[in-house]
Design a protein around this ligand. Structure first.
Ligand code: PLP
Length: 479
């Protein structure tokens, strides 16, 4: 493909995507394909000769599009949002267009420095304590990781390294491997699967401690777990607090838990993958009270902040904890020796290579402005509250717990089985998409405002679809 052909197919691709968004309401959220559909449709071997470029888009529409779940559909209410916006796509195109990898500062200075700038911008917008910011006096700073899962694992590995260094300082005769085997990580039973997986990948026992009735992990529970383990000769090392759990979007009380971690010398990582975005609105910052106790904090700009996957924003108070753990030198990888405030990000992450991800964060922040982003969060929360009101008006349903952020959990009063049937039937219909979870041992359906296109009418449409299905299951309306 030459550059002229690229201009043509590039413009056609942009048109295709713009048309897709303009007409997204005409599609069912869920596709009507069976497992293996694409395996049957596409040839078994790669084409030997280049194909006509025009055909590629045609093929895309005919074979790939039918197997797409439309995450940006206004009727997509499952999981949590995956961020997307035209502004972000511009950043992605620029990044792909440049095709640079920021393995060192020299490898593309702007790649490193734009990340520093945008992470300072975002950190300030979220109201993070100064110590987390690269622009502060200390060794803190932010980095874009690929996912919240990676952030949790990177911090677990750094916590392990920090702890063993501290112990070896006190007793250089310690057997390093045997001691590391005694390290324990903790989180609540409401944690995302990725947190549990970090324990598996990082070879550290991860205890999922029982949360209270509201899905919050209480300080006493954590304290008791530390004491129990120490009595067995184990060593508490790492704790992951959840600000916005995946199930019901509950918030651990960091101001309660933080001092206990500090006292015990346990690394406190905060997983605010979804709900963290709301902290750009000052009225939600009380939910991160005690954040100054954290060693690291992570939120996914690629969830609720309109940035396309992947862009997980992670800050640490002391970047040397990462550098000490992950610095592996080679002659061909020259560190920045002059400017202390210009990080060598490869020591802060797992891979060597790093994409120019800050470009899409930069285009989003510039094109929306902080006020535009705050409006997005506030609008989505008020749409969720509107949905909750619609549900509450129907006596067949209960909203439980209280809606949190842009998530509403609800169930039928007639029990778990019928609530599950309702969700199954709705999923089969494919017009809207939600998933379930449990709250106080009851099955609830999660309804999340995900798409940036969702408006009040769409919420009403979703509710009417749900109500119609409920009418099939419970014909005798109580209301
Ligand atoms: N933490 C929480 C609370 C989440 O809800 C999720 C995903 O939904 C994750 C972590 C994992 O995020 P990622 O896919 O970026 O690893």
């Amino acid at each position: 493909m030459n550059s002229q052909e690229f201009r043509e197919i590039g413009k056609a691709t942009i048109d295709l995507i713009a048309d897709y968004h303009d007409n997204i309401r005409n599609r069912n959220v869920l596709p009507s394909v069976e497992p293996g559909y694409l395996l049957k449709l596409l040839p078994e071997d790669a084409p030997e000769e280049p194909e006509d470029h025009q055909n590629v888009l045609k093929d895309f529409c005919e074979t790939i599009m039918p197997g797409i779940t439309h995450w940006q559909s206004p009727q997509f209410h499952a999981y949590f949002p995956t961020g997307q916006s035209f502004a972000s796509m511009i950043g992605s195109i620029l990044s792909d267009g440049l095709g640079v990898i920021g393995i060192t500062w020299n490898a593309s200075p702007a790649c490193t420095e734009l990340e520093v700038v945008t992470m300072n911008w975002l950190g300030k917008l979220l109201g993070l304590p100064e110590e987390f910011l690269n622009c502060s006096e200390g060794p803190g700073g932010g980095i874009i990781q690929g996912s919240a899962s990676e952030a949790t694992l990177v911090c677990l590995l750094a916590a392990k390294d920090k702890k063993i260094r501290q112990l070896l300082e006190n007793d250089p005769t310690l057997d390093e491997d045997q001691t590391k085997n005694k390290f324990v990580a903790y989180t609540s039973d409401q944690c995302n699967s990725s947190v549990e997986k970090a324990g598996v990948l990082g070879s550290m026992k991860m205890r999922l401690l029982k949360s209270d009735n509201n899905g919050q992990l209480r300080a006493q529970t954590l304290k008791d777990a530390f004491e129990e383990d120490k009595a067995k000769g184990l060593i508490p090392c790492y704790f992951v607090a959840n600000l916005g759990t995946t199930g019901i979007c509950a918030f651990d009380l960091i101001y309660e838990i933080g001092p206990i971690c500090q006292e015990e010398g346990v690394w406190l990582h905060v997983d605010a993958a979804y709900a963290g975005a709301a902290f750009i609105c000052p009225e939600y910052r009380h939910l991160m009270k005690g954040i100054e106790y954290a060693d690291s904090f992570d939120m996914n700009a690629h969830k609720w902040l309109l940035v396309n996957f992947d862009c997980s924003a992670m800050w640490v108070k002391n970047s040397y904890d990462l550098i000490n753990a992950f610095d592996v030198q080679r002659i061909y990888l020259d560190d920045v020796k002059t400017a202390a405030k210009v990080p060598d990000y490869r020591h802060w992450q797992m891979p060597l290579g790093r994409r120019f991800r800050s470009l899409k964060l930069w285009t989003v922040i510039k094109m929306y402005g902080a006020e535009g982003l705050r409006k997005h969060i506030r609008d989505q929360i008020s749409l969720a509250q509107y949905f909750a009101k619609l549900v509450q008006r129907d006596e067949r349903f209960v909203v439980e717990p209280e809606p949190s952020m842009a998530l509403v959990c609800f169930r039928l009063v007639n029990g778990d089985k019928i609530t599950r049937d309702l969700l199954d039937n709705l999923t089969k219909k494919k017009e809207l998409f939600m998933v379930g979870c449990t709250y106080r041992e009851r099955f609830v359906i999660r309804f999340v405002i995900c798409s940036r296109f969702t408006n009040k009418e769409d919420v009403e449409t979703s509710w009417n679809i749900i109500k119609e299905e409920a009418d099939q299951l419970i014909p005798e309306k109580m209301n």
